[in-house]
Design a protein around this ligand. Structure first.
Ligand code: MG
Length: 398
């Protein structure tokens, strides 16, 4: 299903005071707009994005709108919210099945709220995130005297995202073109008489309208809500096995280990480096060592596998990732690896750009079982944790 996210950031934020549009203010060190855009970029069900921004921003978009991991179109917003959304809608791909509209001023939207809204829109045609009212709701007159109490069970406070089948939103926007201001897209759909489903929003999905809201959002961010810390972590696993043969050096983790046999292979056959390289490439879904350093390529004959590992680190680093830590299990019946483990850790740490304290290496035997147990081969397992660096969502690696 092709899902397009429209991020509405066209307004000037008059209520906030100051000349700067509120969606360009910083929250936790990064623009509110960047955080809202990122929430949809990282969501697995979003295919592409259209971001409606003020004219001056559209004329010179910031880098995070120019280097996104998914197709992203920047359009100039209109006078009213519905005009901005209509301009974005005009750029829609013909393939779009569902359009999800989100306020840039709600940067802490969660993956779960986005998913719930999309599910309901796919089913019913239109759905919005909303919260049931918990306070008693009064209706008042111009003198601030109560006219009546509204039954609370009927009251929902609308949030975004709001999602629609493409045809449903097209019809609603056509009406919005001629009619008065609507504060959300659902209101336009309601006027067409179509049903709009209410799904559970999230109280932490706050709209940043005032300086107090910004303070609240900073506190929520400090608690991990909407923050990038978890979403930018990537884990990868790697495995390698080489046969032990006579007449070769035994090299593991870049250390030449005195032994009567060595590992067979096209390169130096350093299975520790190979498993760690695969773990790092795997963390960013960039394939494996065989794809980047094929053993049919004479460049890699007897190659120093620490250099291959360094190359993989350069690749993920160019994509915006750094290594957090690696952990390795070397399974070998003989020789004893313990005396060499610290040298191996130091070599890997140097190439990975981390400290030896972030590199775990454990030697195991295979209890005499199988080819490893018979001393015919050495096997290595590795995991690597990577983190998106520079406070920036990361690019794909190819
Ligand atoms: Mg290998």
């Amino acid at each position: 299903m092709h899902v397009t996210a429209i991020i509405a950031a066209g307004g000037r934020g008059a209520r906030f005071g100051g000349a700067r549009p509120k969606q360009l203010l910083r929250l936790g060190g990064r623009p509110i707009l960047e955080r809202s855009v990122e929430a949809f970029l990282r969501h697995p069900r979003i295919t592409d994005l259209i971001v409606a921004v003020p004219a001056d921003v559209a004329a010179e978009p910031p880098e995070y709108l120019r280097t996104a991991v998914k197709p992203l179109t920047v359009v100039e917003g209109g006078a009213r919210r519905q005009d901005s959304v209509a301009r974005a809608f005009a750029c829609l791909s013909a393939a779009t099945d569902i359009v999800v509209v989100h306020d840039a001023a709600r940067p802490l939207v969660t993956d779960a709220v986005i998913a719930r809204t999309l599910d309901a829109a796919a089913e019913d045609g239109a759905a919005i995130a909303a919260l049931p009212a918990t306070d008693t709701v009064k209706r008042g007159d111009e003198r601030r005297l109560i006219v009546g109490t509204v039954p609370r069970g009927e009251i929902y406070l609308a949030q975004t995202p709001q999602a629609f089948r493409t045809a449903v939103l097209r019809e609603a926007l056509a009406r919005g073109d001629q009619e008065a201001d609507a504060t959300d897209e659902a209101a336009l759909v309601e006027r067409t008489g179509r049903p709009v489903r209410l799904v559970d929003g999230d109280p932490r999905n706050v709209k940043i309208t005032t300086a107090d809201d910004l303070d609240l959002a900073e506190r929520l961010l400090g608690e991990g809500v909407g923050g990038p810390a978890v979403s930018l972590l990537r884990i990868g696993t790697g495995y390698d096995l080489h046969r032990l043969v006579e007449g070769r050096l035994l090299i593991l983790g870049g250390v030449v280990i005195p032994f009567e046999k060595g590992l067979a292979g096209h390169s130096d056959a350093d299975a520790v480096c190979h498993a760690v390289t695969d773990a790092i490439l795997g963390a960013v879904a960039a394939g494996d060592i065989g794809r980047h350093f094929p053993d049919t390529d004479p460049r890699w004959k007897d190659a120093d596998s620490l250099a291959l590992l360094a190359h993989a680190v350069d690749m993920v680093s160019a994509a915006g990732y750094g290594v957090v830590n690696v952990d390795v299990v070397v399974i070998a019946e003989r020789p004893k690896l313990a005396p060499h483990v610290d040298s191996m850790r130091a070599n890997l740490a140097r190439v990975l750009g981390i400290t030896p304290a972030q590199v775990g290496i454990k030697g195991k035997t295979n209890e005499g079982v199988g080819s490893v147990g018979a001393g015919e081969s050495i096997a290595v397992h590795a995991v690597a944790l990577l983190n998106g660096v520079g406070g920036h969502f990361s690019r794909t690696v190819e």
